[in-house]
Design a protein around this ligand. Structure first.
Ligand code: ADP
Ligand code: MG
Length: 292
């Protein structure tokens, strides 16, 4: 494409709320064969809310949530925010937890009033040798409903199962269909568990997904596909998406996402909608095909 037509393309994209950092990114975008999509905050709204609480010991639901929120108040994870918001809305006191530790991709631990608290996914419970058999059926049911179940244990004993729901953006399904109609292979990436990932992928019509991806492994997924000759796009919003956004042939950041993601990407989707992604690819293809 001529420099002039690229400039026109970049301008058209900007009108559609798609900020393209340079002409090269616009041209590369037309060649994308595989697009990796982050789940949380990209396909979903990224604002999870507590929906279900089941307890497995003598504790009241309110005291469970007080303990879990105290623990999560030290975490910056979106799941932690959902728990803390729940407690704040009900004016539960947040107490200071000592020996706090965040275990990447699994959850959090800490100590409160001499009690050891653990909160996170099944992998975390396995790591600490907690028996979760009482809650696994319920956890599976919640996950099949596209919710994220999290286990809570006190002094090595299962205490509760808490689920959060992060609704799918209402235009994700339609935007994903537009991308698929362009012949692009879509892959959803998430740190979330297998059943939740499957439920979300199914609801938006994506066949290919990878669950339980550790933050540092997203970039490996990009490299792996590039080595197979794919031209790889990556779309994400989070700090943990940044290395993959930088590595991709074209990185697309959700404009409502973190600054780190935006700085690492070639393109920013200002509207926060995946339609912006489909628009970007359409403009890119039009730019390339009109002027060879
Ligand atoms: P993602 O943000 O895509 O879910 P993460 O790697 O951050 O990916 O988290 C993977 C999983 O680890 C989460 O789905 C959750 O089950 C668990 N987890 C991580 N951090 C926390 C936390 N602060 N509280 C509870 N669970 C957590
Ligand atoms: Mg995200």
């Amino acid at each position: 494409a001529t420099p002039m037509s690229v400039m026109v393309g970049v301008g058209k994209a900007a009108e559609a709320g798609v900020l393209i950092r340079n002409g090269e990114a616009l041209q590369s975008a037309s060649k994308i064969t595989t697009m990796l999509l982050d789940k949380t905050g990209t396909i979903t709204q990224g604002q999870p809310e507590v929906t279900d609480i089941s307890t497995y010991d003598q504790r009241q639901e309110s005291s469970v949530m007080e303990l879990v929120a105290s623990l999560e108040s030290q975490s910056e994870h979106p799941l932690a925010q959902a728990i803390v918001d729940y407690a704040k809305q009900r004016n539960y006191p947040l107490n200071s937890v000592t020996e706090f530790d965040a275990i990447t991709g699994k959850g959090v631990t800490g100590t409160l009033n001499g009690e050891h608290l653990l909160f996170g996914n099944e992998a975390l419970m396995r790591e600490f040798g907690i028996d979760v058999s009482l809650a696994v059926v319920q956890a599976e049911t919640l996950a099949n409903d596209a919710k994220t179940p999290m286990y809570f244990a006190v002094n090595q004993k299962l205490s509760a199962l808490i689920a959060v729901s992060d609704p799918i953006k209402n235009d994700s399904l339609a935007a994903i269909k537009r991308l698929q109609n362009k012949g692009i292979h879509l892959v959803m990436l998430t740190g979330d568990n297998e059943a939740t990932a499957k439920a979300v992928a199914q609801r938006v019509g994506i066949d290919d997904y990878i669950a339980q991806v550790m933050p540092q492994d997203k970039v490996e997924e990009v490299i792996k596909r590039q080595k197979c000759g794919e031209v790889v796009g990556m779309t994400g919003d989070g700090i943990n998406d940044a290395p993959a956004l930088a590595q991709a042939d074209v990185g697309f950041a959700i404009g409502t996402g973190t600054d780190v993601a935006i700085e690492s990407a070639d393109v920013t989707l200002m509207r926060g909608s995946l339609h912006g992604l489909a628009d970007a690819l359409a403009i890119s293809q039009a730019t390339i095909t009109n002027i060879k």
